[in-house]
Design a protein. Structure first.
Length: 262
């Protein structure tokens, strides 16, 4: 799908990319270049088929990173990538597996267009380059290199996200994952088992650790809902407050569970 984006090449590579064994020859961009200078750039990458739990927490994580002047870096792919970038807008950098005159994947065109208008998209490929199998691996190395740390909310054992985890370890980038059920994210569970990643048990505590700021969240009920409780679980604990927040549009029901509307 043609993008019609206006883009240009950077006069020089960002220093972070020069540390790669195979740095790109050029880097093309469209959008806001100052995002490359952000103090905190955090990659969020993961499965194309996230569970409702992963979708909700990925969006919440990305939004809170952006609210604290961080920038989310990802690849614009289906699933975790585009959810994170949507949550972080406008503070997000997308690394494209295609040249910037092509929107890939086309199914994410509306959000990718917003990233071009409000955030930043970069690519190492000149005009007319459609993605190939190796393009995704090449893209992932740039996502990792541009970031200070890498969050993998959910991933299969043999996946591109796990290849990115290996790259992150190679370049000494801290890796963080969400705690998951044993059978739903074998890749991230393996990283935890091998002590290659740290689990994010509390999003606010993670934000405080990374950014050195105290997150103010006085709404215990909304914090409770970040864990995707069932309606029955929430009503048993908070009573009619559940109905009140639902009417106010602060929460919604999805697949039998409550989700914070952010």
């Amino acid at each position: 799908m043609k993008s019609h984006f206006l883009f240009d090449a950077l006069p020089s590579l960002p220093p972070a990319l020069c540390t790669l064994q195979d740095p790109p020859q050029k880097l093309y961009y469209t959008g806001k270049l100052p995002l490359l200078q952000a103090k905190h750039k955090i990659a969020i990458i993961g499965t194309r088929h996230p569970t409702p739990y992963t979708k909700n927490l990925t969006f919440t994580l990305a939004k809170k990173i952006a609210q604290n002047r961080g920038v989310v870096v990802s690849g614009g792919a289906l699933g975790v990538d585009i959810i994170a970038q949507n949550g972080a807008l406008p503070d997000t950098i997308m690394v494209s597996p295609s040249s910037l005159d092509i929107i890939y994947p086309a199914s994410n065109a509306s959000i990718i267009t917003k990233i071009a208008q409000q955030g930043l998209i970069v690519s190492e490929y000149p005009e007319g380059y459609a993605p190939k199998y190796h393009s995704f691996i090449q893209r992932n190395r740039l996502v990792v290199a541009l970031s200070d740390c890498v969050i993998i909310p959910q991933a299969d054992l043999n996946s591109g996200s796990m290849q990115s985890a290996r790259l992150a370890s190679k370049y000494n980038k801290p890796i963080f994952v969400l705690p998951q059920r044993l059978d739903e994210s074998q890749g991230t569970n393996a990283l935890l088992q091998k002590s290659l990643a740290q689990a994010i048990y509390d999003i606010d505590a993670f934000i405080e650790m990374i950014f050195g700021v105290q997150v103010k969240n006085n709404d215990a009920f909304l914090k409770f809902c970040e864990g995707l409780p069932t309606f029955e679980e929430a009503y048993l604990k908070y009573g009619d407050l559940v109905l009140e927040y639902e009417l106010e549009g602060k929460i919604m029901r999805e697949a039998g569970r409550l989700k914070v509307v952010v």
